[in-house]
Design a protein around this ligand. Structure first.
Ligand SMILES: Cc1cc2nc3c(=O)[nH]c(=O)nc-3n(C[C@H](O)[C@H](O)[C@H](O)COP(=O)(O)OP(=O)(O)OC[C@H]3O[C@@H](n4cnc5c(N)ncnc54)[C@H](O)[C@@H]3O)c2cc1C
Length: 461
């Protein structure tokens, strides 16, 4: 590709086109996961829909590999590619809340923190994930789970409309009434169908929550995990509570005597008063040994959403493995505890995020997200700042997953998959919805232009 061709793209963009000779190329291509080091040929920093159309047309016509970048948080780095074009939406940051209809229009470059900030001013929130720097775009098209999921469903269950630039460069709005097949596929089918430029979400009344972490010594993990499993089944849906096996961080304000010691944690957010929240949590606390600390308190919802941000700055090494989990028998708990104890670093963890309640009330075929009968979405993540630890993180994550997978369902949340999944994992995840996804793919992206993702192959007609 010669300079003249590249300059035609720059001329049609309001945003910047960044290449290897630019001083900020390394900063522009850096992803959240420091383990991934991709070198795109061009990064189109789009500022509006016209830029996205120009970039998609250019990538397609030049035969380039095209990656779509929202927040750049994806585990295996699917927001970028080697030697191709990155359609980078990170400059598209507008958020507009309509308090009357309790809806919010979100540009595709927003992080969940951007949206939480805007909606909180109106006493509202959309169900997103648990770290505020995650991109709304990738999280949403993959499904989206977080503290509000039990009450209000997955992020996709709150999606009303999406503006999309398709592989042929045309622009459409997808909703229940416009391009309903595309709208169906976008809700869980990942970045396979086009570049979403903005989302319209339903928001819900969420203001101050009773929330925070409770940590127990690892010796109590069996008791805590069993009690948590039974507690969750009867806890009100206003409570989002996940269980994790992790380590007490070696830093203030954590109690020094416990720094670096393995622990079990329940991390919760109750959308209601502190008084009610305390009463609900007492049901769990009375059935388990005393914790090392219980830091649940009343706080603004965006504060809870950002609580873990300081522990997970950009650039750490991450290795991800996931599974959907229907039940948690005692033997599975024992396996979790044995595997988590071998974690190669202080930050490495296992979390089980609840995906029941409202998620189960949506039929399996209503959206592309097929697994509507799982109780949790499990993630095992090996995390460490030191690149020399990369192999150890992978070895641990794979061994943990191999040991626990027999207790779990076949599929996993696509946003918690790594780039070395067993064959057929994406199909297993979508189950009976896969065939329909493949035909929607064939209709909207027959040449598989958008293939830097958990890929769905276009059905052959
Ligand atoms: C620290 C951390 C915490 C997390 N916590 C949660 C959580 O609580 N809940 C949860 O559900 N997930 C969570 N995730 C996973 C997260 O959902 C995925 O990493 C997701 O891919 C991030 O989206 P992004 O826009 O930042 O990703 P990017 O890396 O920018 O993109 C990832 C993929 O999404 C697709 N994509 C991105 N933008 C668009 C677009 N505009 N149009 C179409 N497709 C697009 C593309 O196919 C791309 O390959 C977490 C991730 C991290 C790193």
């Amino acid at each position: 590709m010669n300079d003249q061709i590249v300059s035609t793209l720059q001329q049609s963009l309001r945003g910047r086109l960044i290449g290897p000779s630019d001083a900020d190329y390394d900063a522009a291509r850096a992803l959240y996961n420091g383990m991934i080091d991709k070198r795109p040929r061009l990064i189109a920093r789009c500022v509006d829909v016209a830029d996205v159309i120009a970039a998609v047309n250019f990538g397609r016509d030049q035969g380039l590999l095209v990656a779509i970048r929202g927040g750049g948080h994806n585990g295996p780095g699917l927001g970028s590619c080697n030697d191709g074009l990155v359609v980078d939406l990170s400059m598209m940051k507008s958020v507009r809340v309509d308090p009357a209809s309790r809806t919010v229009r979100v540009d595709a470059g927003c992080t969940s923190g951007d949206v939480d900030h805007a909606t909180h001013a109106f006493g509202l929130a959309v169900p997103f994930g648990i770290v505020s720097t995650t991109g709304v775009a990738g999280l949403t098209v993959g499904g989206g789970t977080g503290y509000l999921t039990r009450k209000y469903g997955l992020t996709i269950d709150n999606l009303l409309e999406a503006d999309v630039v398709l592989a042929n460069g045309s622009f459409v709005t997808a909703s229940e009434s416009q391009h309903p097949d595309l709208f169906w596929a976008l809700r869980g089918g990942g970045g396979n169908f086009g570049v979403v430029t903005s989302f319209l979400f339903q928001a819900h009344p969420v203001g101050t929550v009773y929330a925070g972490p409770i940590f127990w010594e690892a010796t109590h993990a069996k008791a805590v995990m069993r009690a948590y499993r039974d507690f969750l089944a009867t806890a009100p849906e206003e409570l989002g509570a996940f269980v994790g096996l992790k380590t007490v961080p070696s830093m203030d304000p954590f109690p020094k005597d416990y720094w670096g010691r393995r622990a079990c944690a329940v991390i919760s957010s109750y959308n209601g008063s502190a008084e009610e929240g305390e009463k609900i949590m007492a049901r769990l606390l009375k059935s388990v040994p005393p914790p090392i600390f219980n830091w649940m308190s009343a706080m603004p919802f965006p504060a809870m959403q950002a609580l873990f941000d300081p522990f997970f700055p950009k650039g750490l090494q991450w290795y991800w493995k996931g599974d959907f989990v229907k039940s948690l028998p005692d033997e599975a708990i024992d396996t979790h505890i044995a595997q988590a104890a071998k974690a190669p670093s202080e930050l490495s963890l296992m979390h089980l995020y609840p995906i029941e309640g409202a998620v189960h009330r949506v039929p399996k075929d209503a959206t592309a997200w097929n697994t509507r009968d799982a109780t949790w979405s499990m993630v095992i993540t090996g995390i460490d700042p030191d690149p020399k630890q990369a192999d150890a993180l992978k070895t641990w994550g794979r061994a943990y997953w191999t040991a626990i997978h027999p207790f779990n369902l076949e599929g996993a949340y696509v946003n918690f998959m790594s780039d070395d999944e067993v064959q057929g994992r994406v199909q297993a995840t979508y189950g009976e919805n896969y065939k329909r996804l493949a035909s929607v793919k064939a209709k909207y992206d027959p040449e598989n232009l958008f293939r830097v993702n958990q890929n769905i192959l276009p059905a052959a007609f």
